[in-house]
Design a protein around this ligand. Structure first.
Ligand code: SAH
Length: 399
């Protein structure tokens, strides 16, 4: 087995059980190693630190499989990791047709995402996977076999059409991994609402599974309220608000296709479409013009796409987040509620709160923080891996 010998003093993050080794920490590579091969990470003093997948093209040069020297990385390893991930979900997540079964590093399987959908239409079960690092790519066959065996779900589809693969020297790819082609749409139940999910072409693996807890929060707080949902995509929060008996729901997205899908979702649930209005428009501009038109709302959701894809985009993204939050707060009636999010990993929770606080100051609004929001329990967070906490939200009330 190949070995990566670290530079002096570079073993610290591994000793803190952080699962990434950056290229700059590597002193030398010993033995014959290929992309995705299992290597031992060795401190400068010669001690074993971890067993990891070697990624020669990426700045993240190795991703840790195990810190236990006695644990080999073989078929049984992947079976155990998947069993552990499933046991955790069985204990923590229930009553929903869409669950993230494997969340990469947090489940000891760096670079792997596996989502499970159960359709209320005929009960079809579907797994959708993303392989985002050479390590899991190299073990794809055994991983898919173990997934099918352990979940009892025969159908596995791959959605590795993510640009992060290019950093690993891998091409983007999609397609069937096991079982049959997925149907055009799956009909998934979450909290009594039915969502049509397009696993082949939808965002991520077809649905924003990570916002489950927030959809429930919006449903609980919508009764009798005028709701504004910006960046609505296929209507996740809009449907939750309608389920929660909102008086009206105005939803904005710049994708006509997403809006058509959202409208179909309203019909699939038999909701009164009179209460739902849809705007195919740029949310940044529309928020400003709604204010100029004298409109206001009782509950606003701001869930934009990832505005800071990396560290170098943080300043510009911070201005954009501030812009929408400023406009959103101006549109909020006194006592009104705002759920505002950032899914940019490069913007940490303290910075996001500061941006929102600056926006509130500029809007002349006092806001109280009712709660902090994030992905559901099926997106676990490792204590030693803050990078895993990409989605952060604030639940605010205008005083
Ligand atoms: N809130 C959604 C997910 C949002 S994904 C949910 O819970 O399902 C981000 C969405 O923002 C996409 O649908 C995309 O079409 C939309 N979008 C991106 N830029 C936009 C803009 N400038 N104005 C309006 N919508 C935009």
């Amino acid at each position: 087995m190949g070995r990566l010998i670290l530079k002096p003093g570079k073993e610290r993050s591994l000793l803190h059980r952080h699962p990434w080794l950056f290229a700059g920490a590597v002193d030398r590579v010993e033995g014959r190693v290929s992309p995705g091969a299992t290597v031992s990470l060795i401190g400068h003093d010669g001690r074993f630190l971890a067993r990891a997948a070697y990624s020669p093209h990426s700045a993240i040069r190795a991703r840790v499989w195990t810190f236990d020297e006695a644990e080999p990385v073989d078929h049984a390893f992947f079976k155990r990791r998947i069993q552990r991930a499933l046991a955790y979900r069985a204990a923590q997540v229930c009553g929903t047709g869409a669950v993230r079964l494997v969340f990469g590093e947090a489940d000891g399987l760096p670079g792997l995402v596996v989502d499970h959908y159960r359709s209320v239409d005929g009960g079809r079960q579907q797994l959708v996977c993303q392989f985002m690092a050479v390590g899991v790519e190299a073990w794809k066959g055994p991983i898919v076999d173990a997934l099918v065996r352990e979940t009892g779900c025969a159908h596995v589809y791959e959605r590795s059409d993510v640009s992060i693969r290019e950093k690993e020297g891998l091409e983007q790819t999609t397609g069937l991994l096991a079982g049959d082609e997925p149907p055009e749409l799956l009909l998934v139940d979450e909290g009594g609402v039915r969502y049509q999910v397009d696993v082949r072409k939808g965002h991520k693996t077809g649905f924003y599974i990570d916002q489950r807890d927030s959809r429930a929060l919006i449903a609980r707080n919508s009764a009798g309220r005028d709701v504004l949902n910006c960046f609505c995509y296929t209507g996740g929060f809009s449907l939750a608000a309608l389920k929660g008996e909102a008086r009206s729901v105005l939803s904005i997205d710049s994708s006509g296709e997403a809006l058509a899908h959202a409208r179909a979702n309203v019909l699939a649930n038999g909701f009164d479409s009179q209460r739902a209005q849809w705007l195919d428009a740029d949310a940044f501009r529309t928020l400003r013009s709604l204010h100029q038109d004298g409109q206001s709302f009782d509950l606003i959701v701001l869930d934009p796409p990832k505005l800071a894809p990396s560290q170098q985009h943080v300043d510009r993204a911070a201005r954009a987040y501030k812009d929408i939050n400023l406009s959103g707060l101006k549109l909020l009636r006194p006592g009104g509620l705002l759920a505002t999010y950032s899914c940019s990993g490069a913007i940490g929770a303290p910075l996001f709160q500061k941006i929102v606080a600056d926006a509130a100051a500029d809007a002349g609004a006092d806001v109280r923080i009712l709660g902090r929001l994030g992905a559901g329990a099926d997106h676990p967070m490792l204590a030693g891996f803050p990078e895993g906490e990409y989605l952060k939200g604030l639940w605010l009330q205008r005083i």
